[in-house]
Design a protein around this ligand. Structure first.
Ligand SMILES: NC(=O)c1ccc[n+]([C@@H]2O[C@H](COP(=O)([O-])OP(=O)(O)OC[C@H]3O[C@@H](n4cnc5c(N)ncnc54)[C@H](OP(=O)(O)O)[C@@H]3O)[C@@H](O)[C@H]2O)c1
Length: 340
């Protein structure tokens, strides 16, 4: 019997390599894919010879052949502003389930707005933002809001330190900072336009305590959270100190061991007229968490049928259960929900 084949696109990048290693450790059949055939061959030699598939993003035929060959594709090559649409389109045309690491709001919005029907018709399940930024916030919002009614706002606070940006992450950050057409979610609707960034204070519980935040940061929760939490407002924030650390933007050549030293707390505040609820996760190594979260999603799609369509993480899987699974894998600690 043949086993499901999982394609890793962008396998030569930091995230792609972690994803491929995790799949190999789980004895999964993989194909290493990307734009650079030589680098893919070298990676394959290192990994004991899994097949490779060279497919630049401007070659729809090669991308489609990859999607026709694989059962699930994990898209790890970014910025998704450049790579998102060609891969997602190929996945639908080739009948291949799809998981991505995008935090880019416009890519995620495009998937829901334009690819929902094509994905359903093709019998393809697509899960976007299945990563750290965007993904953990979406899962935490789902787990924290469960059972609450009349929610006024959901605020997601990311406290991140020792984050050493890769080339892909740095290029993504540059594009996001420069984007003047930001998506926000307010008064129960999506808006697109210029947003003046402000400094807010997010009340992380002790021992971290309240922190100065960049608010809002243009992550994908404003698109994904309203799909499963009925609320008037969603906002993601990131500790201002994250970008003040030395080395954040000059760490493209850092090795994997140094990158593994990142530390994070992600907290959700769900505010209702009656009070609300809070929840948080914490841990080390946001890169590995990102990679394994996407692998968890991909193997679920590979092993059991899932309703076709486009989903965010918490829409695709029960949020609290998924966070507990990540906790069991040693990737984070989850505090559970506290009500006030
Ligand atoms: N949401 C999150 O928390 C999260 C977490 C991890 C990663 N990500 C995203 O995932 C992406 C990759 O991150 P990374 O850390 O793995 O970066 P990286 O180490 O710099 O690797 C980037 C990968 O993308 C490929 N790539 C870049 N532009 C491409 C293009 N136009 N066509 C085809 N392939 C292209 C690169 O191929 P070459 O080697 O040929 O250049 C490389 O394989 C970034 O967009 C990042 O923002 C998001």
């Amino acid at each position: 019997m043949s086993h499901p084949l999982i394609a890793v696109y962008g396998a030569t990048g930091h995230t792609g390599r972690l994803v491929a290693s995790e799949l190999r450790a789980r004895d999964r059949d993989i194909v290493l894919a990307g734009r650079d055939g030589g680098a893919l061959k070298a990676l394959s030699d290192e990994f004991g010879g899994p097949p490779v598939h060279e497919a630049p993003v401007d070659d729809p035929g090669a991308l489609r052949a990859l999607a026709e060959r694989a059962d699930v594709l994990i898209h790890c090559a970014g910025p998704f502003t450049h790579t998102g649409r060609p891969l997602a389109t190929a996945a639908v045309e080739g009948g291949c389930h799809y998981v991505d690491h995008a935090l880019e709001q416009h890519h995620t919005a495009w998937l829901f707005d334009e690819m929902q029907e094509p994905a359903r018709r093709a019998g393809v399940t697509m899960i976007t933002a299945m990563s750290f930024y965007g993904g953990i916030g979406d899962l935490l919002a789902g787990a924290t809001a469960a059972g609450s009614e009349d929610i006024e706002r959901v605020v997601l606070g990311y406290a991140v330190s020792d984050w050493l940006l890769t080339t892909g992450a740095k290029r993504t950050a540059e594009l996001l900072f420069a984007d003047t057409r930001r998506i926000t979610y307010d008064a129960g609707a999506r808006h697109v336009g210029y947003v003046e960034p402000r400094n807010a204070v997010f009340p992380f519980p002790p021992p971290l305590g309240p922190r100065t935040m960049i608010a809002p940061v243009p992550f994908s929760e404003v698109v994904t959270v309203p799909r499963h939490v009925r609320t008037a407002r969603v906002e993601a924030q990131l500790t201002a100190a994250t970008f003040e650390q030395e080395g954040v933007f000059t760490s493209e050549h850092a090795d994997a061991a140094a990158r593994a030293g990142s530390r994070f707390i992600v907290a959700a505040q769900v505010v209702t007229a009656a009070g609300g609820s809070a929840g948080q996760v914490s841990g080390r190594d946001l890169w590995r968490l990102s990679a394994v979260a996407s692998v968890e999603a991909a193997v679920r799609l590979a092993d059991a049928p899932h309703e076709p369509g486009v989903y965010g993480p918490a829409e695709a899987f029960p949020a609290e259960e998924f966070l507990r699974d990540l906790e069991r894998l040693g990737l984070l600690s989850y505090s559970g929900r506290t009500r006030s």
